[in-house]
Design a protein around this ligand. Structure first.
Ligand code: ADP
Ligand code: MG
Length: 684
């Protein structure tokens, strides 16, 4: 047993037949150790176990044929470097031609009068069926379900499968199973050794499903245990007891009055924060629904109670903007706000941290710089995170640990299905801003092709001439890609020199220094910049009500939710606003997406459509919610196991909150492992 666990800790490089070059390829698949390799589950299987007669195989579709080779045609040279081999097979009733390109090896391995399984796409017609470049197994093969792995350059699925098989032969039978045996028994789970063997090389379908079931169970149980431990603080008492205060000074400094929904959210949160256990609340509201004002009101209440509020935003631009908004709303009523981001000089940072620790600021706005060890608070009472899906579970909890069980408010524009929300936040409460501020008009949205771009530019100029402002957004999939970045920069320059000559055009992208970004954003807020050409860095939260028109280039490159977020940057004030989506793509998917955008402004409808089009897999991906990535379990498809493990996890944690008993030692190890990988991956 010791030996096996030592082996699994070894870097893959030292496995037989791997070496440094393949190890580098494995690294791309996030496989670093032998243990990672054994947990690198196939993405799919080729199942040879139910062959069909040639007569039943449908041209155009994949089929498995079990047939005997009765004739082999000699090699044909089609052209230089290209050979064609033909092999004739029969299933006893009907013939089939197997064509093989270039692989003399495969051709030679097929012996006359021997039987094989062939898997591949059928072509030809009803009388003369063909299969090109099939996958082949000997007719007497016992393991008929073959794994297919995600491959990468330098690593085919076949190679991976060979390496895994090699590892199994080293591993022997003595694999430690971290799952307590009472659980294995009660839930009828197979042993880990069996599960691993059969997830890679299933003996048959029922062994595969037992293996899957066991691994899904294990994964969900681990996740739930980890989340429950993070959440165990919910049952603790908080010393942060908040009493309602008179909000009149705050309200009278506001340039508008809160909507009914905003008032309700404030009331709910304040009430919640008066109870002995910490608040854990999700504030959900579509883009433009005014979540920031709710955050401001709550910070005001906290400050009057003698507590600090920390507000964490996913980007510097957004943090800066929150800082300005909150300062404007709170400074007139004597509440001090500061901004802590990575962009400060070390000296400035040190001074600021000192003041924060002494309680010199009531409200501390920042990026994830806030979670650094060197940041401490005088009396942290409320932690607010904006656009939560960008933060990992671990990051949120590190910030929370800087106070004595402070209250938590998570603000999100993404409607999260309730089951998932419960998973992430535990016993959370939800406040919904289901009402937009008065006078909001939906953003009129049009999809055009690039032939109409000049006309659209003319329309934008007309708005700029009237004193309004606008955005042009260009997609940049990878800001690290110098080519794309240059293209965006060059495009901005061309716009300012040619199409928008005489107008004040600014450029904003993620690779700029934060001081530069800040300066550009400030100039745009002040109106010094009329037209902001930007990459998606403006996506989250930018708030300039005078900006009323947005043009999005290559709109096909964006997902629905992202388009909705982007569009939410306009239509934030009293003026009617317009969004123009430019795309020459004719693809059906794209057309459908753009059509949805033109038809509705409702974030909930859009997110539902998004879910439908992308499928749950993507939506539940760790990017969206900051949970550790799941290797095999699916929140959408394995609901049944999810529920079972949820109940079990609660039971285990209530009997052994720290998972410190001997029989739970294995579980504790699994939790530690899953959550250590989560923090590395979940922040973006
Ligand atoms: P989001 O929920 O998308 O974060 P914001 O908090 O940025 O929305 O608010 C969007 C815009 O609406 C801001 O310009 C803000 O000043 C304004 N706003 C917020 N609440 C109200 C209100 N009750 N009445 C009028 N305008 C409001
Ligand atoms: Mg916002």
């Amino acid at each position: 047993m010791e030996e096996a666990s030592q082996l699994l800790k070894q870097p893959v490089q030292y496995l037989k037949g791997v070496g440094p070059k393949k190890a580098a390829a494995y690294e791309k698949l996030k496989v670093k150790t032998a243990g990672d390799l054994i947990r690198f589950y196939p993405r799919d299987y080729l199942d040879f176990s139910s062959p069909v007669p040639v007569a039943a195989a449908v041209p155009g579709e994949n089929a498995i044929i079990k047939g005997t080779v009765y004739k082999k045609q000699p090699e044909q040279r089609i052209r230089k470097g290209m050979s064609l081999f033909k092999v004739f097979v029969t299933d006893g009733e009907q013939d089939m031609t197997v064509t093989i390109f270039n692989s003399k090896y495969l051709y030679d391995s097929l012996e006359l009068n021997k039987t094989y399984y062939f898997y591949g796409k059928i072509s030809g017609n009803l009388y003369r069926k063909e299969m090109a470049s099939p996958a082949v197994l000997p007719g007497d093969e016992k393991n008929l379900i073959r794994p297919i792995y995600h491959q990468t350059e330098g690593l085919t699925s076949k190679t991976i499968s060979k390496d895994v098989a090699g590892l199994f032969s080293l591993l022997g039978d003595d694999v430690y199973d971290p799952m307590p045996s009472e659980i294995t028994r009660e839930y009828g789970l197979c042993h880990l050794r069996f599960a691993l063997q059969n997830i890679h090389f299933p003996h048959d379908r029922s062994a595969l499903s037992a293996a899957k079931n066991r691994l899904i169970f294990e994964e969900f149980l681990t996740l739930q245990l980890g989340l429950l431990r993070l959440k165990s603080r919910n049952r603790k008492e908080t010393s942060v007891r908040i009493s309602p205060v008179d909000l009149t000074p705050f309200y009278s400094a506001l340039p508008f009055s809160l909507t009914g929904a905003q008032q309700r959210a404030v009331r709910e949160a304040v009430e919640d924060m008066g109870s002995p256990s910490p608040m854990n609340r999700l504030l959900q509201g579509d883009v433009g629904s005014g979540k920031t004002a709710v955050a401001a009101a709550l910070s005001f209440v906290l400050s009057k109670n003698g507590f600090q509020t920390a507000l964490m935003a996913p980007t510097e631009i957004l943090a800066e903007q929150h800082f300005h908004t909150l300062s404007k709303m709170l400074s007139p009523c004597g509440v001090k706000v500061c901004l802590l981001t990575g962009g400060l000089t070390p000296r400035q940072k040190a001074d600021l941290k000192e003041l924060i620790a002494q309680g010199g600021y009531s409200v501390v706005v920042g990026t994830h710089a806030l979670v650094q060890d060197s940041v401490s608070f005088h009396r942290l009472g409320l932690v607010i995170t904006d656009e939560q899906h960008r933060f990992g579970v671990g990051q949120r909890s590190r910030l929370i640990q800087k106070g004595d069980n402070p209250h938590v408010l998570v603000m999100s524009a993404t409607p999260i299905p309730r089951t998932l929300a419960l998973m992430i936040y535990g016993d959370l409460d939800i406040s919904v801003l289901d009402e937009l501020p008065k006078g909001r008009k939906p953003v009129a949205t049009y999809a055009i092709d690039s032939a109409k771009r000049q006309r659209a530019f003319g329309y934008i100029k007309k708005h700029l001439d009237e004193g309004r402002q606008g955005y042009i957004v260009c997609p940049l999939i990878d800001e690290a890609d110098a080519g794309e970045l240059n293209a965006a920069v060059a495009y901005a320059r061309r716009l300012s020199r040619e199409d928008f000559k005489g107008y004040r055009v600014g450029l904003l992208h993620g690779r700029m220094k934060s001081a530069e970004k800040e300066a550009v954003m400030a100039a745009f807020v002040k109106g010094d910049i009329q037209l902001l050409v930007s990459t998606t860095v403006i996506e989250v939260g930018a708030d300039v009500p005078n900006a009323v028109i947005m043009l999005i280039e290559n709109a096909e490159r964006f997902g629905l939710s992202q388009l909705h977020q982007l569009r939410g940057r306009v239509g934030r004030g009293e003026y009617p606003s317009t969004c123009i989506l430019v795309s020459d793509h004719r693809g059906e998917e794209t057309r459908r997406r753009l059509k949805v955008m033109c038809q509705t402004n409702d974030g909930f409808v859009i997110s539902e459509e998004d879910l439908k089009m992308r499928g749950p897999g993507d939506f539940f991906g760790s990017r969206q919610h900051g949970l550790p990535g799941l290797k095999i379990a699916s929140m959408a498809e394995d609901m049944e196991v999810l529920r079972k493990t949820q109940a079990l996890a609660k039971q285990i944690i209530s009997a052994d909150p720290e998972l410190s008993s001997v029989q739970n030692r294995g579980l504790a190890g699994m939790v530690a492992e899953l959550f250590s990988s989560a923090d590395q991956n979940s922040f973006n």
